[in-house]
Structures are given as C-alpha cells and as structure tokens.
Design a binder for this molecule. Sequence first.
Ligand SMILES: NC(=O)C1=CN([C@@H]2O[C@H](COP(=O)(O)OP(=O)(O)OC[C@H]3O[C@@H](n4cnc5c(N)ncnc54)[C@H](OP(=O)(O)O)[C@@H]3O)[C@@H](O)[C@H]2O)C=CC1
Ligand SMILES: O=C1O[C@H](COP(=O)(O)O)[C@@H](O)[C@H](O)[C@H]1O
Length: 423
Amino acid sequence: MTFTTHFSHCSTSCNDNSKLFSSSSRSSPAIHYRFSGSRRLCRYRINSANGNPLKALPSLPISESAADYDYDDNVETGDSHSTLSITVVGASGDLAKKKIFPALFALYYEDWLPQNFRVFGYARTKMTDEELRNMISRTLTCRVDKREDCEQKMNNFLGRCFYQAGQYSSEEHFAELDTKLKEKEGGKSSNRLFYLSIPPNIFVDVVRCASLRASSATGWTRVIVEKPFGRDSESSAELTKCLKQYLTEEQIFRIDHYLGKELVENLSVLRFSNRVFEPLWSRDYIRNVQLIFSEDFGTEGRGGYFDNYGIIRDIMQNHLLQILTLFAMETPVSLDAEDIRNEKVKVLRSMKTLQLEDVTLGQYKGFSKGGKLYPGYTDDPTVPKDSITPTFAAAALFINNARWDGVPFLMKAGKALHTKRVV
Ligand SMILES: NC(=O)C1=CN([C@@H]2O[C@H](COP(=O)(O)OP(=O)(O)OC[C@H]3O[C@@H](n4cnc5c(N)ncnc54)[C@H](OP(=O)(O)O)[C@@H]3O)[C@@H](O)[C@H]2O)C=CC1
Ligand SMILES: O=C1O[C@H](COP(=O)(O)O)[C@@H](O)[C@H](O)[C@H]1O
C-alpha cells in the first residue's frame, strides 16, 4: 500500500495558542482563555458549521472615502476597562493580506475578539489608514450561512484598523507606533500582541524595538513568530537566544499554520482512536509515504522573503516535516502538546541524515501557453536576476526504527506547478 495524504485547503485557525488573546498575565494562569470583556470562553477556532473553511462572499466594494467606514477613533467600544491592540508587523505583505487580516476579521465576525480591540498595520511601505483599510477590504469574507450584517461588520472591523509606517530596526519608529497605540487605547489598561509577518532575519530587530519602545506598561505583551525559525540550526538557536533577551518563553507563540489544517489535526485522532488503522501503520503494510505540496502560482512579489530561504526552508523543513512526524510517531502518552512533541522528536532523532543524491532541486522558468505569458522565478522583480534559490525540491527520507525501516518518505514541494494541491 502506498500512503498518500490529502490535505484540504486551509481553514482559519491557530495552533495550540489558546493563551494568545487571554487576558491573564503570567501571574494569573487560572483565567487563561477568557477574553477581557468578552462574553465567551476563547476557543477561537473558526471553521464553518460543517467544519469546512470559511467560504467567500463578495468582497466589500473598495471604499473611495473614509466616510464609508464606521470610525472608531477614541470611541468607547465596550464596557471593559482594558483594550487589546494587535499589531501586524509586515502588514503590506503576502501573509498579512492573504491570511492574517482575514483571520482577524473572522475572529471578530464570530465574536471571539474582546470588545475593545484594534488592529494596527506596521511596515516600511508608506500607507494611510484609508489605504490600509482598502487593502484589507479586498480580502475580507463572511460565512455563507451567516451573511446577516456582514457588510456592517466589515465596516466596523475596518474602522478599527490603523496604520503606522516605519523601519523594522528603528526604536524611534516603534516609539511613534507606541504613541499611536496609546492614543487609540485612550488611557485604558492595554494588552498588546505583535504578529511578526516578516522574514525571519528581521525578527530580532523588531522584537528588540517593540519590547523596548512599544510594549505595554499596563497589561501583557505577546509576540507571534512565523516559521521558518532561522535558516539553519545555528541561526535558529541564535534567534531563540536573542528573542529571550527581550521576551520570556510564555510571551512567544511560534506558528506553523499547517498544524491548524483539518486533516493534519485529524491525523492523530484517525490513527490513535481507530483500531483498524493502528496495526496497518507500519512497514509491513505501507510501501511508501508521499507528502506533496504543489502551488500553481509563483512568488509574485515575495522575493524579498522567499529568495533568502527557498522551498526547503519555506515548506519542507516546517510544514511537511511536522506532518511527517505526526504521521510516523509512536502512540504518545496522551494527546497533550508536550507528549506529542516528545514522540515527534524521537522520529526526528531516528531519521537518517539526508544525502545529496536523495534530493532533486529545481527552479521554475517562464513559458507561454495559449497566448498567455507565465513569468519565470527570476522574472519576478523582487528576485535577483542571478538567483539559484530552489523553488522545487523532492527528497527521499528514511526513518531508522522498527516501524518504518526501509520505507521511503517522499517529500515534494514546488511553486508555479500545474496544480494547486497539498497531497
Ligand atoms: N505568505 C504565506 O502564505 C505565508 C507566509 N508565512 C511566513 O510569513 C513570513 C512573511 O511572509 P510573506 O508575507 O509571504 O513575505 P513577504 O515577502 O510578503 O514579506 C512581508 C513584508 O515584509 C517586508 N519585507 C519583505 N522582504 C524584506 C526584507 N528582505 N527586509 C525587510 N523587510 C522585508 C515587506 O514589507 P515592507 O517593504 O512594506 O516593509 C513585505 O511586505 C515569513 O516568515 C513566511 O515564512 C507563513 C505562512 C504562510
Ligand atoms: O508557509 C507558507 O505557506 C503558503 C501556503 O499555505 P496554504 O495554507 O495556502 O497552503 C505558501 O504559499 C508560502 O510560500 C509559505 O511561506
């Protein structure tokens, strides 16, 4: 039997970050999960009723004038005495546009955010508040089965979005951000969340500037860090060391959004709660395991990040490796995060070091089809013309343990391929 894993497209969800928006500080762990001023407990998983991704409704028409939005400037937004300020650092980028702003809106739409929240975009690109709102409004969607008030909710959400331009290594610019945050927080006790939607090589600069000049003096400050966590084990260790100069471990939330995908989440349940599968889950019945990530679009302006990392660091080392370890691990003592992590580490330690002859690399070239021109990787203006960064990689990995000895785990990942699918 060949085991090929099918992954559905992403549902909006976070990993085990249940503490992310909670109002508790480290000294009061007992009240984790409850939003300040919120009516409900914080679960913040935003699947539609049938568990499928939130479906798109027509986007809000692009607003020409600021008057279209329900502005929130210093308006009392609830009865709570505290506020939540979410700053998306790298707000002009791909991840922010495609996933973070839509996910924040989904949280708001579903009533999972505290009453007094605001969203701030921060990046080097010059933008006004209105331009940020117009950019965000193009990506907002509502659930199909709950369309009521969708447009109104979008307007309300957009009215709570603000923008501050600045450099990532400038303490002065983060002090300006702090002034803006304070102005909108209106003297209330404030919790602050910084979402680092930027290339990892600038994480430390941002954390330094944000913690020295823009952290909350009256509530908690937390930071979400996106994969990849460094370029190699040395830079990853260095990154952790640097982050810890400014933050405690409890303030850092590392994200790999593939762990929030439905099938990935269900993998352990399928395996460990189903007695049919467990005896078949080994070299005796599985000839090979294939993990395939295929996108039908290229970098499209993301060269600033992608070209320094390439497809192995962008997809394989994190998303696909996480799935591989979940697939291959032994039964954990419990489904607690720490027990699962321990089993995953054992798989990684049993893996044979990857040999160069077991890897194939490639880079997509431009071509034309049916009169349409498809640009190559180095045609992207954000990519250096002489780049040799791989956009495609295939590798055969082996796990030297009793269960998987001799079974190849075939990983393939590529951008600008024929189809979009993760299999
Ligand atoms: N895109 C996606 O779907 C996903 C991305 N991620 C992760 O999110 C992070 C950001 O990715 P993504 O948004 O795609 O990347 P982008 O290339 O879109 O970069 C985000 C923003 O960072 C700034 N930036 C880009 N390159 C540089 C650079 N070399 N130096 C300083 N600033 C730079 C730019 O803002 P400005 O010029 O305005 O300052 C840009 O808009 C990465 O760690 C990635 O792994 C994780 C999951 C999914
Ligand atoms: O982490 C990343 O993931 C996206 C693909 O995510 P998906 O949820 O849309 O499958 C990828 O495009 C991007 O290069 C990478 O940084």
